[in-house]
Write a new protein. Sequence first.
Length: 86
Amino acid sequence: MRTGSEPMTARSPLRMRFWLSLWGMVWALAGTVAFAWVGRPGWAAACAVLWLITVVDTVVIVRHIRQGPHYQPGRDVPPYLPPSER
C-alpha cells in the first residue's frame, strides 16, 4: 500500500547484497578448504553449508537484479486511502 511517505531517492540494496554474498562465498570456501586441510571435518562441513547458502542467496539476488525495476508510482499518483472497515 502506498502511503505517500516513501523516500524519493530510495535505492535497491541488491547490488550491495550481491557483493556481500560474493565476499561471503569467498570466505566460506576458504574456511572449507582450510578446515579440511587441518583435519576438522565438522567445521569444514559447517563452512560448506554456509557456502551453499551464500550460493543460493547469490542466485536469488542475480535473479532479482535481472528482473529489472518494478513499477513504482510517481509524484503524480496520490497516496491510496486505507481500506475502510465495514
